[in-house]
Design a protein around this ligand. Sequence first.
Ligand SMILES: C[S@@+](CC[C@H](N)C(=O)[O-])C[C@H]1O[C@@H](n2cnc3c(N)ncnc32)[C@H](O)[C@@H]1O
Length: 208
Amino acid sequence: MRATAHAKRRYDRNARFYHYADRQIRREWRLLALAEARGAVLELGVGTGGNLPLYDPHEVSRVTGVDFSAAMLAGAYGRTPSVPCDLRLMDVQALEFPDQSFDTVLATCVFCTVPDPLQGLREARRVVRPDGRVVLLEHVRVPGALGCLQDVLNPLTLWLMGENINRRTLDYVRMAGLLPERVDEVAGGLVQLIVAKPPPRSRGELML
Ligand SMILES: C[S@@+](CC[C@H](N)C(=O)[O-])C[C@H]1O[C@@H](n2cnc3c(N)ncnc32)[C@H](O)[C@@H]1O
């Protein structure tokens, strides 16, 4: 997909400046998302690994971090993770893991950049265990005049930083078949913490 190759090149090119953008994601916001992480965690779009030192070793057994940008991942290798950690070069839209492999699938500020967020969230649904959770902390479009301003500015932020500031991520979560359990507004609603679970298994799946 051309959009994916383009987005990946942009992150490879901008990785060395990412620590400036990284500061926009406050530590307390990261901690809100990480407080929901349990067991074996898959972190999508792990980037330069800003979350890796912050996982709670009492709740999280290991983290597998994936990103499609080798340059961003290089930054993550420089971190000291708080739990056992494995980093892999991989596209969120085509995860190379079997179905139902993780207790938690987590992403912070990723689905504003994934070229096909619906496909990425379908993959999150596929690899999360039936009793697991998908946890997202994302910049989103707000209602009203500010949302219209986000629409106007979006081509600029996409061109400059590869980030969509007007995504309706909660809609994509539902379209992917995930069931939102909790949606908390952060920063006046510009950022949302979304905790979702996979749908109950059908009788056919239970009998397999
Ligand atoms: C704004 S950065 C956030 C990084 C990190 N999650 C954080 O909280 O600091 C977005 C990250 O998502 C990654 N990304 C975007 N689309 C991706 C995809 N399709 N597959 C894998 N990684 C992707 C980018 O390479 C980048 O590292």
